[in-house]
Design a protein around this ligand. Sequence first.
Ligand code: 26V
Length: 810
Amino acid sequence: MKEKEIQEAINSHLETKLGISVKDASNRDIFIALSCILTEKINVDWKLTQEFYDKNNEKQVYYFSMEFLLGKLMKVHLLNLQMLEPAKKVVKKLGFTLDEVLACEHDAGLGNGGLGRLAACFLDSMASLQIPGHGCGIRYKYGLFEQRLINRNQVELPDYWLKDDYVWEHRKPDESVEVKFGGTINMKEENGRLQFYYENAETVRAVPFDVPITGYNNQTVNTLRLWSAESSIDAAAYSQNELPQYNDYLEYKRSIEQISEFLYPDDSHFEGKKLRLKQQYFLVSAGLQSIIRSFKTNYFKSLSEFSSKVAIQINDTHPSLVVPELMRLLMDEEEMGWEQAWSITTQTVAYTNHTTLSEALETWPVDLFSSLLPRIYMIVEEINERFCQNIWFDHKQFRNEIPELAIISYGQIKMAHLAIVGSHSVNGVAKIHTDILKNKEMKHFYRLYPAKFNNKTNGITHRRWLLQINPELSRLITSAIGNQWKERPKDLIKLIRYAEDPSFQLKAKEVKTYNKQRLARIIKAQTGLIVNDQSIFDVHIKRLHGYKRQLLNIFHIIYLYNTLKENPDLDIIPRTFIFGAKAAPGYYFAKQVIRFILSAADIINNDDTIQNKLKVVFLENYNITLAEKIIPAADVSEQISTASKEASGTGNMKMMMNGALTLGTLDGANIEIKDMVGENNIFTFGLTSDEVLHFYHHGGYNAQDLYQTDERLQSILNQLHDGFFGNDEKDFKDIYYNLLSHNDEFFVLKDFNSYEEMQEFVDQTYRNQQKWMKMSITNIAHSGKFSSDRTIHEYASEIWKVSKSPVFSR
Ligand code: 26V
């Protein structure tokens, strides 16, 4: 769309729909007008895309995930439809700024962190690569909580993201399906088949809301289908058939709607909550019914061809009930026999593992599971029985391992085992993570089914995380190597020729400074702090978790502070340490760490004797929109997890792509970043994953020894213990005891020395700006590998067996 057209459309929308003229319009009015213009255009392509897929009988991919962390979408659509520049000009002409208009959109925060954002990046890449791939998720009424910092404490507020209407969604009541919970199952033999009848089950109406996912410059529009729970009967019908478990209709209705009410905000500890299991089955059952329905109406094909036309990827074990639910639908509804249904199910489903942390593994108590999902439980029991039998008779060498491999054991259902047994592919999300799965966490399964295991290193969409959030750097890149990198991100490698080019270095430095100045203004507005844009911006943004070691970072900051107090003239490059992190509401230790960082920040930021050499900023409510402002301004990317614990990480990729240098452990995708850029272009430190695992298995680490021998650590720990960081000493004594009495589970003290040395080397390196900029450009040049386009390409060709389906010829 050209400028003139956009301007006319906005004017006409304001006049005819709102009855106002431009001079009376608000940012939100312009936002709504633009969203209507985009929606009209998107809808045309959306319909054509779906018709094309149907007509050509394309194999469809469905990405099942409990989380899709989409952030805002208007800029994505503008960019994809080649309308960003004209829209910017028009909006300006009308007396507005596009950034302020875009800010009217509420973030869709339907995810916790890496896993949910990965799902959103994958949708973007599938559409941009013209792969018929759709998302299947839950339309939570409340997204991830909003974080406020009050008296240094995290306070959680509900994120009612739907309060102003969500402009991209389309409610599709005609495509609703029913999902059943609880009750008892009665079996009857009819026509030689067992039929299953539900007695006293509760029926929930699942209503889909479709969100269009546009591809970049290709007119493809895929679908993210989000399900919302509604009661299937009205008050009058309820009064005819009251349920004993509720006092009245209202109570019944509330209990149904609760299913899609909120996103579980704790991604670090599994909790066997019935409502969470309800959410999972709700997603899976609604999603599968709608897939089967569209399969049958579009192709009139027998379901025996299902797995050649449908691929289902499950994002962690959260949707692993697809295995028994698909079995149920094929057998009970479609009258298939077990063997055929099993073969179709396993050939359709593929499972991605995102963590080896045992506390996050899902295991459901049999009692809870079987009372909520009685028919599904029967099927899981049968799957387990057949699986164990199969090992006993056909894999005799594994007989001793049966108790460890079983899906049900000691009254618990192990969802990872169900997902492995019920799928044809199991993948990890970075090389080292997949190796740990194969050789440690899932080693027996790997020996049993070696061909199922594979690696798919994560990626990020370079369209959002470079093109959209860093237009200045994008323009600079294009001026050097042309436009092609936008569609072929690996072309970024062409930048390598400019790594040592003084004029390109200077321009890249100017872009970085510009982005730092912009972030400095945001910091000033949010916190009142004035930060030096010539200082090193050292960024640590991710969920707060023990293994991500925000504590190691703040320990080093305090060490620098203590050193400066002794010697205020110490020659260090000024640093601005920037944190953004939400703690799970019930994660006490993580909340203490936030308090600790804020307390240390208060002391450091208000101490004039250190001559503004250190500033510590904790930005409230870290989310996608804030990440988009921080990442282009980062000089140093903190990726300092305890080796072996961070499955991949994706923030590391986002910051690398924006020219930050990684300071990281040999963990997750950091290792592959190092492999790409070479060891001279990354700062690595600390224990290796083998060393960490060795300590866990064989002992030999004593945190107390380090306290005794390292004066720097002793000072910091004593400060913690003695109340240096605040009156509420108790809080920080807990951190003290966590490190010293519980032997420092995450090796914070153990890695302190090598972290400090590497931080000093960062400081030294920054003094040589030519060298630094060469490293920075080298990182950008190698970041193409970490585009999710590469990742999706691998999933498509190796797991899903789907190919590109170009809807329109350009
Ligand atoms: C676990 C749970 C447990 C129960 C309730 C809610 C909930 C929500 C999410 C999770 C998932 C934890 C696993 C996870 O987020 N893994 C992260 O996945 C990223 C994408 O693959 C990866 O980059 C990160 O390294 C990994 O920690």
